[in-house]
Design a protein around this ligand. Structure first.
Ligand code: FES
Length: 175
């Protein structure tokens, strides 16, 4: 007998759930494709909220604890809305031995948030990565998608500072 799992439509009518259904079907509702499916969900929604995790769990028939476990284990998944700007500090071994820990700590102190959180004004999200694949550039930090290598703590704080100050610096730079 061919038992094809059914995903009931999401009651919100949000079209993104339909797109998520397509990804889930493409992975044949497999639990071992949970990471790929959650990746798609995060791309669609920007982050993984409870509603999305429950939906995915039901679709692949995985216990919610497992879905939460995967979503919280990997640093590339975010459970909160991302901020206007994102700073990713690589905490892989190569970066860590070159001072990534101090960089992260300084950012956390300066902005009053922990890794994985966003400042209250929604301006800055602080994220950590396991390895950016740029170990030769250690320590590596990504500022809004732009990779900076061999960067120090002060330089990192300097790059992030204008984000929390709004656009004043840019305006100051105007003639
Ligand atoms: S450990 Fe940081 S890029 Fe590999």
């Amino acid at each position: 007998m061919n038992l094809v799992p059914q995903t009931p439509p999401h009651p919100s009518g949000d079209k993104r759930f339909k797109l998520l259904d397509v990804a889930i079907k493409r992975h044949q509702f497999r639990q071992d494709a949970l990471i790929e499916i959650l990746h798609t969900a995060q791309e669609l929604f920007g982050y993984l909220d409870n509603d999305v995790l429950i939906y995915v769990g039901r679709a692949v028939r995985a216990p919610l604890s497992r879905v939460y476990g995967v979503a919280t284990f990997y640093n590339f998944f975010s459970m909160k809305p991302p901020g206007e700007h994102t700073c990713v500090v690589c905490m892989g071994t190569a970066c860590y031995v070159k001072g990534a820990g101090q960089i992260l700590q300084a950012l956390e102190q300066k902005h009053g948030i922990k890794a994985g959180e966003t400042t209250e004004d929604g301006k800055v999200s602080l994220v950590t990565a396991r390895c950016l694949g740029a170990c030769g550039l250690a320590p590596a930090v990504v500022f809004d998608g732009e990779v900076a290598g061999k960067i120090g703590t002060e330089a990192t704080l300097e790059r992030v500072r204008p984000w929390s100050e709004g656009s004043s610096r840019t305006e100051e730079a105007q003639p």
